[in-house]
Design a protein around this ligand. Structure first.
Ligand code: ATP
Ligand code: MG
Length: 427
C-alpha cells in the first residue's frame, strides 16, 4: 500500500527562556528548601522525540494523548508551519490543514479572499475553487461576512470557515486539530460527517482530538503520544483503552504501609489523596470542580503547633500555589495528641488551568521547623475546557485560569465630556 504520510525519526526541540523565580514570601529556611528542590529549568525541551510513522493512503488516523504530549507539534510539522529539529516528514499530495485559530488564514484578507488563497495553495485553479465556493460558504454559514476581513470574525465563525475550506477543497491529506472543541453540537456533527465523507472519498485524514467518542467512530487507526513519543499504535478501541487505563495511573492516591511510610520523629505520612466533594478519590478533575488534597498521617509525638503545607506545581515545575494549614486561624488552638489524622485542603473550582499538577507535601513543627518533606507525591490532572476560555479555542496562556467577572457599560459622548472636564479641573 502507498504511504500518504511517511515520518522518520522526527524530533522537535524548543529552547526555553530563563524562568522567573516564582516564590518569595516564605521564610528563609523554606526558601532554601524549595529552591534546592525545584527542578532547574533546562534550556532545551523536546516536544517530539524520535517519532516514526507511516500512514497509508485513505487511512483515518486519530492522534490522542494528554495535554502537552506533542500532538499539535506533530501536525504543525506536517503542515510545514514549523520545521523539525531532526528527522524527516514526507507527504504525498496536497495538504489541507485546520490547526489552531490563526494558522492558515491571513487576518487582513476577507473570507472570500482567504478561500481563494487557500485553494491556490492547495494547487487548485480559480475555476475549481469557484465550483466549490458556494458549498464552502454554505457549510460555514458566513455568507453575510464574506467580504469582511477574517480578523473581525468571532472564533466560531473563523473556525467554521477554516474547516469548510480545509474539508471542501479536497486535499489529498486532511489534517485537523481539535476543531470540535469549538462550535455548537450541530456544527460538530457536520464536521464529523464531513471528515467521514473525506475518508470515504479515499482521502487520508489525521485527526487530533480529546473527544474519544469522535476518535472511536471516525478513525480506522489511532496513535497514543506521551511526552513527545509514540507509545501505542493500533485500533482505536485498543489505543483508547490503553490511554484511559494510563489516565487511571493517575489513581488519585498514594498510600504507604506503616513500615514504608515517609517519616520523621514527629510524623509518618500514610496517604495523599485527591477527593471530590462527593468523597470519590480521582486522578482527574474538571476545571470547574473543587477538589480536596487529603493528607493522612500519624502524629507520633504531640506538638501543638504541628502543621502542613502543600505545593502544587505545573508540568514545567512552576509552583502554582502554596497553602499552609496555619492559614486557618483555628489551627493552632486545637490540640493534636498522638494518633491517626486526616487533613484536607480544598482547592476551589475555576482556578487552575488545564494541566497536570504534582503535589508536594511538607510537615513542620513549632516555629515552622521542617519535620518532613515529600516532593511530587501525587499527580492530578485538571481537565478542560475551562470556563475562562469562553468559546475561544486558540492558544490560551497562563498558569491559572480563574473565571473573573466582566463589567461593561455604554456611555454617550456627553458622559465622556463631563468626565473629561472633571479631570481637567482636578488636574
Ligand atoms: N513554541 C513553543 N515553545 C516552547 N515550547 C512549546 C512551543 N510549542 C509547544 N511547546 C511545548 O511542547 C509540548 C507539546 O506541545 P503540543 O502543543 O504539541 O501538545 P499537544 O499534545 O497538542 O497538547 P494539547 O492536548 O494541550 O493541545 C508542550 O509541553 C508545549 O508546552
Ligand atoms: Mg494541541
Amino acid at each position: 500500500m502507498t504511504s500518504a504520510v511517511s515520518i522518520e525519526g522526527l524530533g522537535k526541540m524548543y529552547r526555553l527562556g530563563q524562568r522567573r523565580d516564582v516564590h518569595g514570601s516564605l521564610r528563609d529556611a523554606w526558601e532554601r528548601l524549595w529552591s534546592s528542590k525545584t527542578p532547574v529549568p533546562s534550556g532545551e525541551f523536546w516536544a517530539l522525540r524520535d517519532v516514526s510513522l507511516e500512514v497509508a493512503e485513505g487511512e483515518v488516523l486519530g492522534l490522542i494523548g494528554r495535554n502537552g504530549a506533542g500532538k499539535s507539534t506533530l501536525l504543525k510539522i506536517l503542515s510545514r508551519i514549523t520545521p523539525p529539529t531532526v528527522g524527516v516528514a514526507r507527504i504525498r499530495g496536497s495538504v489541507g490543514s485546520l490547526l489552531e485559530v490563526g494558522a492558515g488564514f491571513h487576518p487582513e484578507l476577507t473570507g472570500r479572499e482567504n478561500v481563494y488563497m487557500n485553494g491556490s495553495i492547495l494547487g487548485m485553479s480559480r475555476i475549481q475553487i469557484r465550483e466549490r465556493f458556494d458549498e464552502i460558504v454554505d457549510f460555514a454559514g458566513v455568507e453575510q461576512f464574506l467580504d469582511t476581513p477574517v480578523k473581525r470574525y468571532s472564533s466560531g465563525m473563523y473556525v467554521r470557515l477554516a474547516f469548510a475550506v480545509a474539508a471542501h477543497l479536497e486535499p489529498d491529506v486532511l489534517i485537523v486539530d481539535e476543531v470540535l472543541a469549538v462550535g455548537d453540537a450541530a456544527f460538530q456533527k457536520k464536521c464529523l460527517s464531513k471528515m467521514d465523507d473525506a475518508s470515504r472519498g479515499g482521502r487520508t485524514v489525521l485527526f487530533v482530538s480529546h473527544n474519544m467518542a469522535a476518535v472511536q467512530s471516525l478513525c480506522s487507526r489511532a496513535v497514543l503520544l506521551e511526552r513527545g513519543g509514540i507509545v501505542v499504535d493500533g485500533s482505536p478501541s485498543e489505543v483508547i483503552h490503553q490511554y484511559m487505563g494510563g489516565q487511571s495511573a493517575l489513581s488519585g492516591e498514594h498510600a504507604w504501609d506503616l513500615e514504608g511510610a515517609p517519616r520523621s520523629g514527629l510524623i509518618a505520612l500514610r496517604a495523599v489523596r485527591v477527593r471530590l466533594g462527593s468523597g470519590a478519590v480521582v486522578g482527574a478533575v474538571a476545571c470547574s470542580e473543587a477538589f480536596g488534597v487529603e493528607l493522612e498521617f500519624d502524629i507520633l509525638q504531640s506538638d501543638p503547633r504541628i502543621g502542613m503545607t502543600i505545593v502544587l506545581r505545573n508540568s514545567e515545575g512552576v509552583p502554582v500555589f502554596t497553602s499552609l494549614s496555619s492559614a486557618d486561624p483555628e489551627w493552632p488552638l486545637v490540640s493534636r495528641p498522638v494518633g491517626l489524622y486526616r487533613s484536607t485542603c480544598w482547592v476551589c473550582g475555576n482556578l487552575l488551568a488545564e494541566e497536570t499538577y504534582s503535589i508536594s507535601v511538607v510537615f513542620w513543627s513549632d516555629n515552622y521547623q521542617l519535620s518532613l518533606s515529600e516532593q511530587d507525591v501525587l499527580s492530578v490532572s485538571v481537565e478542560g475546557p475551562c470556563r475562562a476560555r469562553g468559546d475561544y479555542m486558540g492558544r490560551f496562556d497562563g498558569v491559572v485560569a480563574p473565571v473573573l467577572s466582566w463589567a461593561t457599560s455604554a456611555h454617550t459622548i456627553d458622559d465622556r465630556c463631563v468626565s473629561g472636564e472633571d479631570t481637567a479641573t482636578q488636574g
